[in-house]
Design a binder for this molecule. Structure first.
Ligand code: F6R
Length: 601
């Protein structure tokens, strides 16, 4: 959600900043802009829509060696050239990721001081405040520091001032911001992909940090303007993780990486022995209750984990979406562990839920993909998923890596709570070994799922049904399909359908029924037959071969221990959703209105 990049160095800045913006496109945006120094003045160029529109207005050969850029995901005010960043007032120009919650009050105050505003954005108050306080301070850093104390909300800022053509200034609170040094110049950026072409070393700014970035130096300041030293981190993944590598879409590439992601995630915490689980998950023993809190797909892994941990470890699990959890009354105590699940580690609602629990003295565990992200840093415990950089807005491999961590957690808790006995544990170990091959086989089987996709691509609505764990699997299958194909899709508990929703089933309505729970399969089949009797086009997904043919299509998946089965259940559904979206010419990696990292409420 919004991407920021800034560059100052020996190379021409516009091509570097433009390509940085291109690598941040995945975050979601609907307008973009660049500001740069030329002949001691700041020029701003902005455009609505895709980056290609901005490119047409830029001269890549311009003799400028300092530029900042922004991709905007509209919150305050429509996607338009006026509302696009950078925003300039007086001597200051800024790019901003986040939301200024007190912007209306600040705007009124600034209006009374004679300022006028061109845009509807919350951001425009920032350069106005900078301009106002600079008149007295006459010192850029002191002015930024003063303004930082007036702002309420989340902000990662890139700031330039007409009085200093040799520096970019940065300020961070709640929204992510990194600083990086390379051989040809220095950077600030929202995320690592923007700098990977030039360096894999970067510094994560903390809340309240300010930075001054020149061609040769990076200086970081705390809230008292004392300089601070920060650890330099190294991105260890391949540069290619942020490239498509010949795949038509990032989503397809990321689906294809899932056997490796499974191996990498398992391999980080489990070496085939219970000792390795004890070492990595031993702290879980201290808790009698678990709350899992997350958003979207990450929340779906929590719903699956609830079923698994309750069934196999006898521990009470409550799962809730973060946007509800953060405002509701929570019945947690010192025996409760709150688990936050997040790919980005920057999701505003998840972060707020984490802070609420911490504030109430409750212990927290982050299951997070992005190294050093806010959720990871602020939690008491952290388990990193090893999905690598995920670019496609619709998550696939990060989702799978979250499920993988939950499989390990369930296995460990199940064993120490004596629900999973040694024999069963050993059979799970065997299944874990088989998983990468089974995942790859499913991916290679894509044509079978594509053929089914071709039969349902023109439908207006598609239902997913299942019971228990399979309902949890349905939630993600349905989200994957609707978010990238724009076909309305709902997931329902199979037994609940007849209490209202079945009235929507008519001739040829696709119903995707998941049945991997042996104890419930007959019940689910009865529900499937109820839809079939009303003309549904039934796609049945299971490893249980049915005796009678009540379905139109059968997605046969391999059978493994239930702790691992959801991983094999989702892959055909990811590929099915991908093909439906492709058939409908949708923008698969960047679905309309969506952002990769949802840093606003
Ligand atoms: C859907 C999807 C979203 C995210 C959700 C949480 O494909 O990607 O539903 O799962 O926005 O994001 P993170 O995991 O970054 O907290």
């Amino acid at each position: 959600m919004c991407g920021i990049i800034g560059y100052i160095g020996a190379s021409k800045a516009i091509p570097i900043v433009y390509s940085g913006l291109a690598s941040l496109e995945y975050r979601g945006y609907d307008s973009a802009g660049i500001a740069y120094f030329l002949n001691d003045d700041i020029k701003v160029i902005k455009e609505k829509g895709k980056l290609i529109n901005l490119k047409e207005k830029l001269n890549f050969d311009t003799d400028t060696f300092l530029a900042i850029g922004h991709t905007r995901w509209a919150t305050h005010g429509e996607a338009s050239i006026t509302n696009a960043h950078p925003h300039s007032v007086g001597k200051f120009t800024v790019v901003h990721n986040g939301i200024i919650e007190n912007y209306s009050t600040l705007k009124e105050e600034l209006k009374m001081r004679g300022y006028t505003f061109k845009s509807e954005t919350d951001t425009e108050v920032i350069p106005a405040l900078l301009d106002y306080y600079y008149k007295d301070e006459q010192d850029i850093l002191k002015t930024i520091n003063k303004v930082s104390k007036k702002l309420i909300g989340s902000f990662a800022l890139g700031i330039i001032c007409r009085d200093d053509a040799n520096a970019i200034y940065a300020l961070k609170n709640s929204s992510p911001l990194i600083i990086a040094k390379s051989k040809t110049g220095n950077f600030l950026a929202s995320d690592v992909p923007a700098i990977l072409k030039y360096t894999n070393k970067y510094i994560l700014l903390d809340d309240g940090d300010m930075a001054k970035i020149t061609k040769d130096t990076i200086t970081i300041y705390d809230t008292n303007l004392n300089t601070v030293n920060k650890e330099t981190l190294t991105f260890t993944g391949s540069k290619k993780t942020a490239e498509k590598n010949g795949y038509e879409h990032f989503m397809l590439k990321e689906i294809n990486e899932q056997d490796k992601v499974f191996k990498d995630t398992i391999g980080s915490y489990f070496d085939g022995t219970i000792n390795s689980l004890e070492k990595n998950f031993g702290f879980l023993k201290n808790f009698k209750k678990i709350n899992i809190v997350a958003c979207g797909s990450a929340y779906h892994t929590g719903v699956i984990a609830k079923h698994l941990i309750e069934e196999y470890a006898n521990i009470l699990v409550y799962t809730e979406v973060a946007s509800e959890y953060r405002y509701q009354k929570n019945f947690y105590d010192e025996d409760t562990l709150v688990i936050l699940v997040s790919q980005s580690g920057e999701t505003a609602d998840t972060l707020a839920a984490l802070r609420k629990a911490k504030n109430d003295g409750i212990k927290t565990l982050a299951i997070v993909n992005v190294l050093g992200s806010s959720v990871a840093r602020e939690s008491d415990y952290c388990i990193y998923t090893k999905a690598g950089i995920e670019v496609s807005v619709a998550t696939t491999k990060a989702y799978l890596s979250q499920l993988t961590v939950f499989s390990l957690i369930t296995m460990y808790l199940g064993y120490i709570n004596k629900v999973i006995k040694k024999d069963e544990l050993e059979s799970i170990f065997k299944d874990i070994k088989k998983m990468p091959k089974l995942i790859k086989e499913e991916i290679n089987n894509y044509q079978e799922y594509y053929n089914i996709a071709d039969k349902i691509s023109k439908n207006k609505q598609i239902f997913f049904i299942g019971r228990g764990l399979d309902y949890a699997n349905s939630l993600e299958g349905s989200l994957k399909l609707k978010e990238i194909s724009y076909i309305n899709s709902v997931a329902y508990q199979a037994g609940e359908l007849k209490h209202g929703t079945i009235s929507l089933i008519e001739a040829s309505t696709p119903v995707i029924a998941i049945a991997t729970n042996k104890d419930l399969v007959d019940k689910t089949i009865s529900n499937i037959k109820e839809t079939k009797a009303r003309g549904a086009f039934v796609i049945y997904e299971s490893f249980i071969e049915p005796v009678d043919k009540f379905y139109d299509e059968f997605i046969k998946i391999p059978e493994v221990h239930p702790i691992l089965e959801s991983i094999l259940t989702i892959i055909p559904l990811q590929l099915l959703a991908y093909k439906v979206a492709k058939n409908n010419n949708c923008d698969i990696d960047k679905p309309r209105n969506l952002a990769k990292s949802v840093t606003v409420e």
